[in-house]
Design a protein around this ligand. Structure first.
Ligand code: NAD
Ligand code: UDP
Length: 356
């Protein structure tokens, strides 16, 4: 374990400043959440093994906020190293992002996915219990709604999954339900993200996929910047208005503010609870809607070709956001145009991601 970026190690307790441990805080979503927590003057501690992120993220966080979070290059499965972080800091809550997340890859190397995501989470929850840190925000996903629920998806719907990745999310949600039943002092927010895209408006942080992007927005951005020739649109014969798949895209900065709201609710709770919340915009856009919006924002033509459907994809889904609006007092502020503008800004300034 290394301690190169150690910031202040204790919280101030009475002033409302909280110390938040962020697992996977160097990743796409985690880094944006760290920025928003630091801007709220919270203390941030990142634990990340950098298996899908770059150390440069720290200096970008510093450039945006003027602050450097404490950073530990630790694998969650290393119980001893993780325990020493809990011993060193007086942690008030954990936001747990760290996971492997590529749906297709999870079918090819399921054991790695189950090991990393499930074992990593079990070790984390065990260490949290040991140190009586019982406030938790967990990164779940709309993938837990499976393929048989009606749209829009609401939090009380039955859960299922169609990939090993998705099953790790369902399993961790189930584990946390059992953990709460056994010890109702746990206070847990399960945040089910829809399709996070966009980037920090500064252009300093954004999504930096390894190799060929699996997801729509980074692929479009790479076509726009000339790194890829043509976008393959997976399916043009879905029962949707233009025949292409419809998803609920959410700006990563709005997603970050959802985490702040979830933390506020945990800290203000009279009684601990476990609650799930959809974080989405509550409306769907088709693949071609996104292509057109990106063309408008970037002024570039996005060449595309319609190819057969991608295995495992469903036609359409979007979130029912009523519960998050009511109980977290949260809603999105950014439009699809904003998401495209910020992605394009990031892509232009960092054509090779954090390697640029
Ligand atoms: P990301 O890969 O950019 O970030 C995850 C981070 O976790 C990376 O920095 C990685 O190095 C780290 N990590 C992974 N395993 C680790 C381990 N064992 N120990 C320590 N660090 C580890 O992914 P992201 O897009 O920021 O996603 C964050 C979370 O949100 C994940 O749990 C993901 O499943 C979930 N999620 C993401 C999306 C999406 O579209 N991006 C959608 C729904 C849910
Ligand atoms: N998609 C596409 N081409 C791509 C990547 C994605 O047509 O190169 C489509 C995909 O079929 C889905 C939508 O874009 O309808 C969003 O896919 P993504 O992988 O970004 O997110 P998902 O909702 O599948 O997790």
């Amino acid at each position: 374990m290394s301690f190169p970026f150690l910031a202040d190690s204790t919280n101030t307790g009475t002033t409302g400043v909280k110390t938040i441990l962020v697992t996977g805080g160097m990743g796409f979503i985690g880094s944006h959440v760290c920025v928003s927590l630091l801007e709220e003057n919270q203390q941030v501690i990142i634990v990340d093994n950098l298996c899908n992120s770059n150390k440069k993220v720290l200096s970008r966080i510093e450039k945006i906020t003027g602050k450097v979070p404490a950073f530990y290059s630790v694998d969650l499965m290393d119980e001893e190293a993780l325990s020493s972080v809990f011993k060193r800091h007086n942690i008030d809550a954990v936001i747990h992002f760290a996971a492997l997340k590529a749906v297709g890859e999870s079918s090819q190397i399921p054991l790695s996915y189950y090991h990393n995501n499930i074992t990593g989470s079990l070790v984390l929850f065990k260490v949290m219990e040991k140190y009586q840190v019982l406030n938790l925000v967990f990164s779940s996903s709309a993938t837990v709604y499976g393929e048989n629920n009606p749209i829009p998806y609401a939090e009380h719907f039955p859960l299922s999954a169609t990939s090993p990745y998705g099953r790790t999310k369902v399993m961790i949600e189930d584990i946390l339900q059992d953990v709460f039943k056994a010890n109702p002092k746990w206070n847990i927010s399960l945040l089910r993200y829809f399709n996070p895209i966009g980037a920090h408006p500064s252009g300093l942080m954004g999504e930096d996929p390894n190799g060929i992007p699996n997801n729509l927005m980074p692929y479009i951005a790479q076509v726009a910047v000339g790194k890829r020739d043509v976008l393959s649109v997976f399916g043009g014969d879905y029962p949707t208005p233009d025949g292409t798949g419809v998803r609920d895209y959410i700006h990563v900065v709005d997603l970050a503010s959802g985490h702040s709201k979830a933390l506020q609710k945990l800290f203000a709770a009279e009684f601990p609870s476990i609650d799930a919340y959809n974080l989405g915009a509550g409306k769907g856009y088709s693949v071609l809607d996104v292509v057109k919006a990106f063309e408008k924002s970037s002024g570039k033509d996005i060449h595309y070709v319609i190819v057969p459907r991608r295995e495992g994809d469903i036609a359409e889904f979007y979130a029912d956001t009523t519960k998050a609006a009511k109980e977290l007092d949260w809603q999105v502020e950014n439009s699809l145009d904003d998401m495209c503008r910020d992605t394009w800004n990031w892509q232009q300034k960092n054509p090779n991601g954090y390697q640029s």
